[in-house]
Design a protein around this ligand. Structure first.
Ligand code: NAD
Length: 370
């Protein structure tokens, strides 16, 4: 039996409802598998601003740092929208990513067969299902590069003065690229052993460095077949042959855009889990892709499945409990196959509509029967 310390950050809006669901599922996993999960709940986001005038109080950060893994709901809401940058709820997310050294963001876009008609893509394109893992570099590239804005002295070819000019620099080091590629190759090994490295190497020097580093480390993963794909082509292939894609690894900005596109293919934001990882042995952070959904907070109708699936990613990637992770994922599949839905994923009048708690109970029931 192993004891795992989980730092739980429910956050705002539906965050507390969906993290409570995932903790219930983890408790069931503990009871069945004989492992112990110890949950420490702390606050961050808007609720922490209200209480401490600080989106990420130091006690919350310490709890996260000292845990085996962090489970986060969502932060933010209209109440805090007018606050300046560092005082906004989202500052908690940036602080956690930075302090925990989370440089890899993993987003899983799975189109469950039962929810196929939620996809905006045609049936014949998604008939074989979709199961794509996007590994996005999270702490480098253009989002963190040098930037500036100011008057330009220059003119366009026809003599028009340029006026104000702004710039953002994309910069990647070999070490930054290598560590994220290793995450990509490792995950490819755990899945179908296929990896697509997405870049824009026909234009960008940083992309050419990504290719060089890929070729340097690929021999360490001889079972993985990899290919390079330009980002413009990747965005088209996601729409043309999503079922054939498996693991994609890419830079911060390309990953930001492609992961939203892949998520959209599944048609259900309430179903998308994510993980942010740093160096092996350090706590990873697991959270649903959706936000705090203030429009439905407190109504007991939020879909808990994205957070439950995030906890499955936690079992697999941070706690070394891959079998239990698969059983939780299978439980979600089984509940969907039985026709149970939360309101956001209901597509037919035959669906059996459940609230957050009832859906959680159904997943636990299916998990315990496996
Ligand atoms: P959102 O994801 O919260 O909601 C978009 C729509 O999807 C809403 O109609 C909502 O009701 C629905 N929805 C989302 N999750 C659902 C679920 N689990 N079950 C059922 N329906 C669900 O996005 P938004 O409205 O753009 O943002 C709301 C707030 O959340 C904002 O303050 C935003 O900044 C914040 N946000 C936080 C995170 C995060 O914490 N990681 C991510 C995105 C947005």
């Amino acid at each position: 039996m192993t004891k795992f310390n989980i730092c739980v950050i429910p956050g705002d809006g539906i965050g507390p409802e969906v993290t409570a669901s995932a903790c219930e599922v983890l408790k069931a996993v503990g009871e069945k598998s004989g492992h112990e999960f110890v949950f420490s709940e702390v606050i961050a986001g808007g609720c922490a601003i209200d209480q401490f005038d600080d989106p990420l109080p130091s006690a919350s950060l310490e709890c996260a740092k000292n845990s085996d893994a962090v489970l986060l709901g969502a932060v933010g809401g209209p109440k805090w929208d007018g606050l300046p940058g560092k005082k906004r709820p989202e500052a908690a997310l940036l602080g956690l990513r930075k302090e925990l050294g989370l440089y890899a963001n993993l987003r899983l876009a799975v189109l469950f067969p039962e929810l196929k008609s939620a996809s905006p893509l045609r049936d014949d394109i998604v008939k074989d299902g979709v199961d794509i893992m996007i590994v996005r570099e999270l702490t480098g590239g253009i989002y963190f590069g040098e930037r500036g804005i100011g008057p330009s002295e220059g003119t366009l070819e026809d003599g028009t003065p340029k006026g104000i000019e702004a710039f953002d620099v994309e910069r990647y080091s070999e070490a930054e690229i290598e560590r994220i590629l290793k995450v990509g190759f490792t995950i490819a090994m755990q899945r179908r052993k296929r990896l697509i490295v997405v870049d824009k190497a026909n234009i960008l020097e940083t992309s050419r460095l990504w290719r060089k580093v890929t070729e340097k480390i690929a021999p360490s993963y001889p079972e993985v077949s990899y290919e390079f794909m330009y980002v413009d082509n990747a965005s088209m292939q996601l729409l043309r042959q999503a079922s054939k894609m498996d693991v994609i690894v890419t830079s911060n900005m390309f990953g930001d855009i492609l992961s939203d596109e892949a998520g959209m293919i599944t048609g259900s934001i309430g179903m998308l889990p994510s993980a942010s990882l740093g160096d092996p042995g350090k706590p990873g952070m697991y959270e649903p892709v959706h936000g705090s959904a203030p429009d439905i907070a407190g109504k007991g109708i939020a879909n808990p499945l994205a957070t439950i699936l995030s906890s499955a990613m936690m079992l697999r990637s941070s706690l070394g409990l891959a079998d239990e992770a698969t059983k939780v994922e299978n439980a979600v599949r089984s509940v969907l196959a039985q026709g149970y839905r939360t309101m956001d994923i209901s597509l037919s009048s035959e669906d059996k509509i459940l609230g957050t708690k009832e859906m959680t109970d159904k997943v636990i029931e299916a998990y315990l029967q496996d």
